[in-house]
Design a protein. Structure first.
Ligand SMILES: Cc1cc2nc3c(=O)[nH]c(=O)nc-3n(C[C@H](O)[C@H](O)[C@H](O)COP(=O)(O)OP(=O)(O)OC[C@H]3O[C@@H](n4cnc5c(N)ncnc54)[C@H](O)[C@@H]3O)c2cc1C
Length: 434
């Protein structure tokens, strides 16, 4: 593989001293101030705006979106880290116009690595051939197939999930209670659920995993044709233009006054802190919990290694690539004409992306064609998700002082859905005062 394009590590941390001039210049007072224009902050601001409240949204970055951002490089659309929108997330209907996002859906199902080849396990509702392939695959035992269908039906019938919080257990223990075969756990469940929860194996929450599987059963995963950043951009476009202030780093909060790095201050009735957890902890002088990180690498190729539109799953024993997606198979707009975009990603606890091992793994999988693949970008997104352990609450109580409410995926579940729920609840709490 060629390395002629420099790599870049994306980091969510920014140097507060770097850029101190918010645009546009924020007012000196506002009824509500929301700090952080990720999906939680945008949802909070939109909720407040829809209720006719005056709101100022402060974002330290140069664009809205937080962890949902997209870069463009030589005609390629590169989301920051590999991520997808589950179209069945219940909260998105309240805040997104899905038709306007021009979504490109992944195939409903997965492409599972088994031995030397991939097997597409597609939703039997998608085509008759998917039913036949599902019946023929050696990946699942006949009992696995029955258990899988039963689990899917139970999840479909239960909107709020099949596990109560007190019953929550690790994904690994849950799969054992469901009596799935070791092979299906190794090849299908582990790469699927550890790739989503960014856990090194199956230590994540089964209760959360069940809700995610339910969403995958209800609707496809998708990306907007122009990249994931269309999601926050669409939300921002629904707010008054002068309410969003970029490069506005909040340094301190005192009572209901917000102090910006550039020296400005804004007096508010209430403040919603909608930053990622480490930043919220800094503002509140609290201790942040550790987060989970994702590494990823984007490659350009001339030919796609296969024509699958499903997310490829790779067992953890094979190397660092837990998920691969041939993005241009799913969204041709993600690559310039005549080019192919491939992304490989996985959870990591390291500070450096495991690029060499990943490239070796890709060559083992796709053969010598990988030698002509060009690395476009690679890196690690630190604190991509807050840790969500078995037994954790779906909604951590939002501590409300007279002046401050907290939002962010660390208050709910580590996802787009969770961020939006937290933003809505925080705004409603801020309006009602408790
Ligand atoms: C690589 C990766 C893959 C993911 N995959 C998926 C997926 O496939 N599906 C899914 O549903 N979820 C996924 N997620 C999780 C999802 O993206 C997040 O849960 C969600 O975007 C979090 O939104 P948020 O608003 O809570 O936080 P953030 O997006 O982190 O927003 C916080 C904002 O606050 C700003 N900020 C911080 N400090 C300050 C300050 N002092 N002053 C002003 N502004 C400040 C930050 O710049 C940021 O814009 C993934 C996340 C990552 C990183």
């Amino acid at each position: 593989m060629e390395h002629n394009v420099p790599s870049l590590e994306w980091s969510l941390d920014m140097d507060f001293q770097d850029e101190l001039q918010p645009t546009p210049s924020p007012p000196s007072e506002s009824e509500f101030v929301v700090i952080g224009a990720g999906l939680a902050g945008l949802t909070a601001a939109l909720t407040l705006h829809r209720r006719g409240r005056e709101v100022v949204l402060l974002e330290l970055g140069d664009a809205v979106g937080g962890r949902v951002r997209t870069d463009f490089d030589s005609g390629f659309t590169l989301d920051r880290g590999f991520q997808v929108l589950l179209t069945a997330y219940p909260e998105i209907a309240n805040y997104l116009d899905l038709a306007a996002l021009d979504l490109r859906p992944f195939a409903r199902g997965v492409n599972v690595r088994d031995g030397d080849s991939f097997t597409e396990l597609l939703d039997p509702r998608s085509s008759p051939s998917a039913i036949l392939a599902g019946l023929r695959t050696q990946l699942l035992t006949p009992t696995d197939r029955i258990r899988l269908v039963k689990l899917a039906l139970r999840l479909l019938r239960s909107e709020t999930g099949i596990l109560e919080r007190v019953d929550d257990l690790s994904v690994g223990d849950f799969l054992k209670t469901q009596k799935f075969s070791d092979k299906s756990i190794e090849k299908l469940w582990e790469p699927l659920l550890s790739g989503i929860q960014l856990t090194s194996s199956l230590e994540g929450s089964a209760r959360l995993a069940c809700l995610i599987i339910r969403c995958l059963v209800v609707g496809p995963a998708a990306v907007p044709a122009k990249g994931m950043q269309e999601i926050p951009d669409q939300m921002a476009a629904r707010l008054p233009g002068d309410s969003i202030h970029l490069r506005a780093a909040v340094e301190q909060i005192n009572g209901s006054t917000v102090f910006l790095a550039g020296g400005q201050k804004i007096a508010a009735r209430r403040i919603v802190i909608a930053t990622e957890e480490p930043s919220a902890a800094r503002l509140l002088n609290a201790t942040a919990r550790p987060g989970r990180s994702q590494w990823h690498a984007y490659f350009s190729a001339v030919e796609p290694p296969n024509d699958s539109k499903a997310i490829h799953l790779l067992p953890s024993a094979d190397g660092p690539c837990r998920n691969i997606a041939i993005m241009s198979n799913v969204a041709p707009e993600y690559a310039p004409q005549g080019s192919v975009l491939v992304v490989a990603a996985g959870p990591t606890t390291q500070r450096d992306a495991p690029l060499a091992e990943a490239q070796q793994q890709l060559t083992r999988i796709f053969g010598s064609q990988c030698e002509s693949w060009k690395l476009i970008k690679h890196g690690i997104v630190e604190h991509a998700q807050p840790v969500f352990v078995p037994g954790a609450a779906f909604r951590r109580r939002t501590p409300l002082t007279e002046e401050v409410v907290i939002a962010g995926d660390h208050r709910t579940t580590p996802s787009i859905q969770g961020a939006m729920v937290s933003g809505r609840i925080a705004a409603e709490t801020a309006i009602s005062g408790g």
